[in-house]
Design a protein around this ligand. Structure first.
Ligand SMILES: Cc1ncc(COP(=O)(O)O)c(C=O)c1O
Length: 375
């Protein structure tokens, strides 16, 4: 056992030396959070809490089993119906988390003889899902349609082709060119899978990236998303044809062998899915705040990268610089997370500024003034 302890210590030492050590923080009260994915300010929503209090007596605290045993509940069925409608899909399957959705969905879809074409900057859960499948993995350069087409042309022998992309890239904030990608998917007979963890609730009138690009949903499009970001809850969904969902219920291991979400959690998701459609001012405000941040930063000479979403970056290159900026900002009451490898490629460490509904313009002004001084 002594040797194992040494191994742990050495590994951590090496991570720390490279400025890559990660720690969890509990944000002190009063710190303004520029790192949350709670884009629409729903995680502390008073209206949802009130509705939950009123419903609680009639909700079980746990589902008690997987959905295929006895864990499937009325509230989950209603949530799936609501999400299918939001995503203009025939059917929907709700599962434990976005990570579980991707590591379950991809191996269920693709196996030996299939090819998955995956954007270079796709989320780790997609990368892990592809690893778990036995399909051939082909990476295309980030959002590069020409490269994607070149690679598709070479994959004619594959049984099935899948193109998988984030809708909104979590660490860049840019939106995949889904019109062009869908055109290529149709031309080369590929199924398109969009991970819309960061697009859902925020862009495309709240319906996500495909709607933002006016791409019509058809049976060769699979939309995945999480309930834990703009929807202020926990869990994830996969929307597609009735046939696909029936297939996944039978084939997707993270759905079969994992306990269904608690009815309490599903109630929150359902309530918030309805709420975001009734309260478009939430997404309008967060998009407005993002635009405001970039305009103000420009006036101050801070070079932010902005793509029309609430995820904005300041590339620092080195890990030290990103950490330095994060620490100094935290001392002044602003939490802006430093993102380092392996979450982003080498030499592209950054501050990731995310806006959310609960932030105001004054707080943005103060954060940027502080950033300017430190930067
Ligand atoms: C693009 C993307 N996909 C999937 C996930 C995983 O979702 P979850 O946090 O619900 O596991 C995330 C974020 O965590 C993400 O950014």
């Amino acid at each position: 056992m002594g040797m194992f302890r040494e191994f742990l210590e050495k590994e951590l030492e090496s991570i720390e030396k490279k400025h890559l050590l990660r720690e969890r923080v509990i944000l002190p009260k009063g710190v303004v959070d520029f790192s949350s994915n709670d884009y629409l300010g729903l995680k502390d929503c008073k209206e949802t809490k009130k509705a939950l209090r009123e419903a609680l007596d009639n909700l079980s605290l746990s589902s008690g089993a997987s959905a295929l045993m006895s864990g499937y509940t009325e509230v989950q069925a209603q949530l799936e119906e609501e999400l299918a409608r939001l995503k203009d899909s025939e059917s929907c399957l709700v599962v434990g988390s976005g990570y579980l959705a991707n590591v379950g969905l991809i191996p269920a879809l693709a196996g030996e003889g299939d090819t998955i074409l995956s954007d270079q900057l796709n989320h780790a859960s997609i990368i892990d899902g592809i690893r778990l499948s036995k399909a051939k993995k082909v990476i295309y350069r980030h959002n590069d349609l020409n490269h994607l087409e070149d690679l598709l042309k070479r994959e004619t022998d594959a049984r099935h082709r899948f193109i998988i992309t984030d809708g909104v890239f979590s660490m860049e904030g840019d939106i995949a060119p889904l019109k062009g990608i869908k055109y290529l998917a149709d031309r080369y007979n590929a199924v398109l899978v969009v991970d819309d963890a960061h697009g859902t609730g925020v862009i495309g009138e709240g319906r996500g990236s495909l709607f933002h690009h006016s791409v019509a949903v058809d049976e060769n499009i699979i939309q995945m998303g999480t309930l834990s970001k703009a929807l202020g809850s926990y869990g994830a969904f996969i929307c597609g044809s009735k046939l696909l969902i029936k297939y996944l219920i039978n084939k997707m291991r993270t759905q079969i062998f994992s306990t269904a979400l608690s009815p309490v959690q599903n109630f929150i998701s359902l309530y918030n899915t309805r709420l975001i459609q009734k309260q478009p001012f939430r997404r309008e405000r967060v998009l407005d705040l993002a635009e405001y941040t970039v305009k103000k930063a420009k006036e101050l000479g801070i070079p932010l990268n902005y793509h029309g979403t609430p995820i904005i970056t300041l590339i620092t290159g080195t890990e030290e610089k990103a950490l330095y900026l994060k620490d100094r900002l935290l001392e002044r009451g602003f939490f802006v997370q430093a993102i380092r490898p392996p979450t982003v490629p080498k030499n592209t460490s950054r501050l990731r500024i995310t806006l959310n509904y609960s932030i105001n313009r004054q707080q943005i002004d103060s954060m940027l003034t502080a950033l300017k001084e430190i930067y």
